[in-house]
Design a protein around this ligand. Structure first.
Ligand SMILES: [Zn+2]
Ligand SMILES: [Zn+2]
Length: 382
């Protein structure tokens, strides 16, 4: 090879290197672009997943709402009562018997009840054809029992935190707080999260908290005037305990709970059930008390379901007690697991399999009530 040939091939090699460099640079640039695009796509996917999650939550909500509507439609005859019957019931409260001291804690009192040992009236409630309410409940005992056991296996909408949508753990008044501005039970996890975000006032509706009893009462009254069933129930407790500056007035409390129950408050049904069943503040009327629990239990009210279990146990109907406990245990009610244990393993009236089923159902329900936020609230002592 001569000198000229060598130079030419050197130049060619240099051009080759330069082309290769340019190519490498442009490849690096397109790699960088591709990486950026990939990151964008990933973000997009995350966003879509979040949206899908939200949508599925809303869908679940909608399904639950629909189910609730269907259920309400199905049991509409339960709530219908003639004006005369209502009047009769109101009158019976006016001549109230001497009042015993309150045993039920204020606000969400769903845990307060301890049934006094006495003869239960479950069978009587089922048999009492003459009673106006048992007619409402569907008359014949067998049919009623069947409806009782097939309805109310899901907790009512009001048992869910309106912010995170998870059902609230029992006892609900320890794991959530009700605010009188909107009457929503907000779970401790969401309360802690709101506090950390620096939010003052109600975590759900953002209304500032009332500064004193008078303004709190005024807030409750405003909702009562609009016939909010939960507010009427709460006002009933305030009269029952004589709090928020009100004079204690149990007949008034019963009147309010009766109105709230007619408007669909399950808590009011539970409370009336406890009053009539135990004769606390009213003339004892076990069948009537049981009917209140039955109405609430068929709409998913858990402690009313549990109370039906106790009543059946006391009445010697252990198989029915087991069936009630099974339902409420599976909805996450710890006392029903205990009830099942007593019926079953100690007294031999429920099988090991039934107890295992109740326990597993209870654990599954507990799992659905857990969240990192709620665990943190527990650790923080909220
Ligand atoms: Zn929550
Ligand atoms: Zn609020």
């Amino acid at each position: 090879m001569d000198a000229r040939g060598a130079r030419e091939s050197m130049d060619a090699a240099k051009r080759g290197v330069s082309t290769a460099r340019k190519w490498a640079e442009s490849s690096a640039a397109s790699l960088e672009r591709a990486r950026k695009r990939l990151a964008e796509i990933r973000e997009e996917v995350d966003r879509c997943e979040r949206q899908a999650g939200d949508a599925s939550k809303s869908l679940q909500e909608a399904r639950r709402y629909l189910k609730d509507l269907e259920r309400r439609h199905e049991v509409i005859d339960v709530d219908e009562e003639t004006t005369q019957q209502r009047k009769k019931r109101r009158l019976s409260h006016d001549g109230g018997t001497p009042i015993t001291p309150p045993t039920i804690p204020e606000e969400s009192a769903e845990e307060g009840l301890v049934l006094r040992p006495s003869v239960a009236g479950v069978a009587a409630a089922a048999r009492a054809g003459g009673s106006d309410e048992s007619a409402d409940l569907g008359g014949a005992g067998g049919n009623l029992q069947q409806r009782l056991m097939t309805n109310g296996h899901e907790r009512p909408e009001g048992d869910r935190c309106p912010i995170c949508f998870d059902p609230i753990e029992f006892p609900m008044n320890k794991h959530s707080k009700i605010n009188v501005c909107c009457m929503k039970l907000v779970c401790n996890g969401c309360r802690l999260a709101a506090r950390r975000r620096g939010l003052r006032g109600c975590p759900f509706c953002r209304t500032p908290f009332p500064s004193d009893d008078a303004s709190k009462l005024a807030m409750v009254q405003r909702r009562v005037e609009k016939r909010d069933a939960d507010a009427i129930t709460l006002l009933g407790y305030k009269y029952f305990h004589g709090s928020l500056g009100l004079t204690k007035n149990v007949p008034r409390a019963i009147e309010l709970w009766t109105e709230a129950a007619e408007l669909g408050s399950l808590e009011a049904h539970r409370q009336l059930g406890a009053m009539y069943y135990t004769g606390d503040g009213v003339k004892e009327d076990k069948p009537r008390g049981i009917q209140h629990w039955q109405k609430a239990a068929m709409k998913g009210h858990v402690s009313s379901r549990h109370n039906l279990g106790i009543a059946e146990h006391k009445n010697g109907n252990h198989q029915l007690a087991v069936q009630h406990y099974m339902i409420s245990a599976k909805m996450g009610y710890p006392k029903s697991v205990d009830g099942m244990f007593k019926e079953g393993l100690k007294e031999g009236r429920a099988t090991k399999e039934q107890y295992a089923e109740a326990l597993q159902g209870y654990r599954d329900a507990m799992e659905k009530m857990k969240s990192p936020q709620r665990e943190e609230a527990k650790k923080a002592g909220i």
